[in-house]
Design a protein around this ligand. Structure first.
Ligand SMILES: Cc1cc2nc3c(=O)[nH]c(=O)nc-3n(C[C@H](O)[C@H](O)[C@H](O)COP(=O)(O)OP(=O)(O)OC[C@H]3O[C@@H](n4cnc5c(N)ncnc54)[C@H](O)[C@@H]3O)c2cc1C
Length: 218
C-alpha cells in the first residue's frame, strides 16, 4: 500500500520498508484509538527506559496518566519522549524463513510532554478518558476526591511529529520460491473481550450497564 503523504520531519521519515509508512492523520488517529496501551520511551540518567501505560487521544493530543509517584511520569514530564503503539494483526508464513513476518499497525510519536495541571482540565480529560471507553460510567461513580486528583499525574503531547506503519496481506516471497512445496499464508490475530464477570460484592439489584455489555475493544 502506498504511503499517503510525506513525513513531518527527518526523524519520522521511515528508511527501512518505507513503502509501509503513513503520515496521514486518519491512519494515525485510527491506530492510536484502536491500541489499548502504548509504550513511553524516555531517557533516564543517560540510559533509555521504555514503560508501558494506557493512553487516550483527544483531537490532536495524546494523554496518559498514573500515580504522581510514578518514576515514568515524574521523569518524562516536560521532557522529550517517544510514544509507540502496536497492533498485531497476523502471523505471515512465507516460503522461506527470511520472508516470514507479521501484519501490524504501529505508530511512533516524538515530542515534548506537558503536564495537565489545572484542576478542572485534569478532571475533564480524565472524564473524557473514561467516557470514551465506557460512555455513561463517569456520572455513576463516586466523585474523585481532591487527594485522588493530587495523586494522579496526567501528561499530554501533540500528535505532530508522528509516523505510522501498516503491513497487511499475504507473504511477499521471492519469485522463484512460489514453486517451493510448503504451505504459506496468514494466521489472523485479534485481541477480543470475553463476557463481563460481575463482582460478587455488587449490591443486590445492581444490573450490568449497557456500556459494559456492549463494550468492544478499540
Ligand atoms: C509488531 C511488529 C513487529 C516487527 N518486527 C520486526 C522485526 O522482526 N525486525 C525488524 O527489523 N523490524 C520489525 N518491525 C519493524 C520495526 O518497527 C521498524 O520499522 C524496523 O526495524 C526499521 O527500524 P529502523 O530503526 O531502521 O527504522 P527507520 O526507518 O530508520 O525509522 C525512521 C522513522 O520511521 C518511523 N518508523 C520506523 N518504524 C516504525 C514503526 N514500526 N511504526 C511507526 N513508525 C515507524 C519512525 O518515525 C522512525 O523514527 C516490526 C514492527 C512491528 C510493529
Amino acid at each position: 500500500m502506498a504511503r499517503t503523504n510525506e513525513a513531518p520531519s527527518e526523524r519520522t521519515r521511515a528508511k527501512r520498508l518505507n513503502e509501509y509508512a503513513r503520515y496521514d492523520r486518519e491512519t494515525l488517529h485510527a491506530i492510536l484509538d484502536a491500541a489499548p496501551y502504548c509504550h513511553i520511551g524516555y531517557v533516564l540518567d543517560g540510559a533509555a527506559v521504555v514503560t508501558p501505560t494506557i493512553h487516550w487521544r483527544e483531537g490532536e493530543e495524546v494523554f496518559w496518566h498514573g500515580s504522581s509517584a510514578s518514576r515514568m511520569l515524574r521523569k518524562s514530564a516536560g521532557a522529550e519522549v517517544c510514544l509507540t503503539v502496536t497492533l498485531i494483526d497476523g502471523l505471515v508464513l512465507a516460503r522461506s524463513g527470511f520472508n516470514h513476518s507479521v501484519n501490524y499497525r504501529s505508530a511512533m510519536l516524538f515530542g515534548k510532554t506537558e503536564a495537565v495541571e489545572e484542576r478542572g482540565e485534569k478532571l475533564r480529560v480524565l472524564e473524557y478518558f473514561m467516557e470514551r471507553i465506557l460512555p455513561g460510567r463517569w456520572a455513576e461513580l463516586r466523585p474523585a476526591s481532591e487527594q485522588e486528583l493530587k495523586a494522579t499525574t496526567v501528561l499530554k503531547m501533540q500528535i505532530a511529529e508522528a509516523s505510522a506503519k501498516v503491513t497487511e496481506g499475504m507473504p511477499k516471497d521471492e519469485p522463484e520460491d512460489y514453486d517451493w512445496p510448503v504451505w504459506a499464508g496468514v494466521v489472523p490475530i485479534v485481541t477480543e473481550t470475553k463476557p463481563p464477570l460481575a463482582d460478587p460484592r455488587n449490591l443486590p439489584g445492581i444490573a450490568m450497564p449497557d456500556y459494559v455489555r456492549k463494550y468492544k475493544l478499540g
